[in-house]
Ligand binder design. Structure first.
Ligand code: HEM
Length: 139
């Protein structure tokens, strides 16, 4: 598959991953009445949109990274910084999914936790895009 297709998948995946994760976390941080079914709806979006989009972003990113890693990206400080931050971002997405599952099962989850996750995912995404576009510490 050509690099342009991986790049296309990368941008589509990122858009739906970050966009849905932030929207879900904000919606969950301002919950309605517990019997509104919002927990189950947000959980469904997380499973049907956020997680698949994250996998598409990874597939596109690794499709570009692996063929050029030894020659190019292994020497690029910005890519190392980006890969480190995106591991944290993937982790935060996993924490969000876990909290949504517990909330959808009827357990108490503090709205503050979802607000913190909304900020964490947003700040990490802005940092990663900044590294990917402006490429500080380029060799
Ligand atoms: C999931 C794992 C990821 C991998 C393996 C990965 C890898 C890559 C690679 C190899 C490129 C091509 C760089 C080039 O043009 O030379 C790229 C571009 C880019 N990535 Fe990622 N990335 C990942 C996740 C993300 C995430 C989560 C974001 C945003 C939140 C992101 C934002 C970008 C942007 C904006 C570009 C384009 C930079 C440009 O063309 O100026 N990436 N990525």
């Amino acid at each position: 598959m050509s690099i342009i297709v991986f790049r296309y998948l990368h941008f589509l995946g990122i858009t739906f991953w970050i966009g849905s994760a932030v929207a879900i976390a904000i919606a969950a941080s301002t919950p309605g009445p517990s019997d509104s079914g919002i927990a189950q709806s947000l959980r469904k979006i997380s499973l049907r949109v956020t997680t698949p989009a994250m996998l598409v972003a990874f597939a596109g990113g690794f499709g570009m990274l692996i063929p050029n890693f030894a020659e190019l990206y292994s020497k690029q400080g910005w890519m190392h910084a980006k890969l480190t931050l995106l591991l944290v971002l993937a982790g935060a997405t996993g924490v969000l999914s876990g909290k949504l599952r517990r909330w959808a099962e009827g357990q108490d989850v503090s709205p503050k936790a979802f607000r913190r996750l909304a900020w964490t995912v947003s700040v990490l995404a802005v940092l990663i895009v900044t590294f990917a576009v402006f490429r500080p510490f380029s060799a």
